[in-house]
Write a protein that binds this ligand. Structure first.
Ligand code: GLN
Length: 183
């Protein structure tokens, strides 16, 4: 399985390391043609305005819109996938939406398997509105923080910054499901 990690800014190295640990072949993506042949793509956290500008500059914006594989967006990546940016996921997201006092925090999240997952939130976005096809996989304080819509997995926190590989494993499962469709 070959997974691309968008590598223009932000936490791409940490995602790449975690995916390699799970046995995936990882490609750092900085050019549109580097998306060819990938089974999945990660858009990491970082600074959404910077990543947004750079992908436009490198011609990656359109290439990502055309990409048909599974996509995993974390934090800034969640912002970029929403209705107001790439328009790929039916979400309305507010940037930096946790007040100053709690701008960054860690908390235990429940994934439904009884084992808490440490969620690292760094100036995290918040879901304002989710369309009917969006499924909530985990919540914090009654708000969705891990979501799925078809071939898209979206987290408002940073699963690449802990040792817990479960969210990345979930993404690789999604990639597997997607690559089996139609084969
Ligand atoms: N606050 C950042 C933004 O608006 C996202 C933070 C992150 O990715 N850790 O892009």
């Amino acid at each position: 399985m070959t997974i691309g990690v968008l590598a223009v800014q932000g936490n791409f190295r940490e995602h790449a390391a975690m995916l390699r640990r799970l046995g995936a072949e990882v490609v750092e993506v900085r050019l549109p043609e580097e998306l060819d042949g990938l089974d999945g793509l990660v858009i990491p956290g970082g600074e959404s305005t910077a990543i947004g500008r750079l992908i436009r500059l490198y011609g990656l914006e359109e290439a990502i819109r055309r990409f048909r594989g599974a996509l995993f967006g974390t934090c800034a990546g969640m912002i970029l996938l929403d209705r107001n940016h790439l328009g790929l996921v039916d979400l309305e997201v507010d940037r930096n939406a946790y007040g100053r006092q709690v701008a960054s925090f860690e908390t235990d999240l429940e994934l439904g398997d009884g084992e808490p997952l440490r969620g690292v939130f760094i100036r995290a976005p918040r879901v304002r509105e989710a369309g009917p096809d969006v499924e909530v996989l985990a919540e914090h304080a009654g708000e969705p923080v891990l979501l799925r819509q078809g071939r898209f997995l979206i987290a408002s926190f940073h699963p690449e910054l802990t040792d817990d590989t479960r969210v990345h494993e979930r993404f690789l499962e999604l990639v597997r499901e997607e690559t089996n469709v139609g084969t």
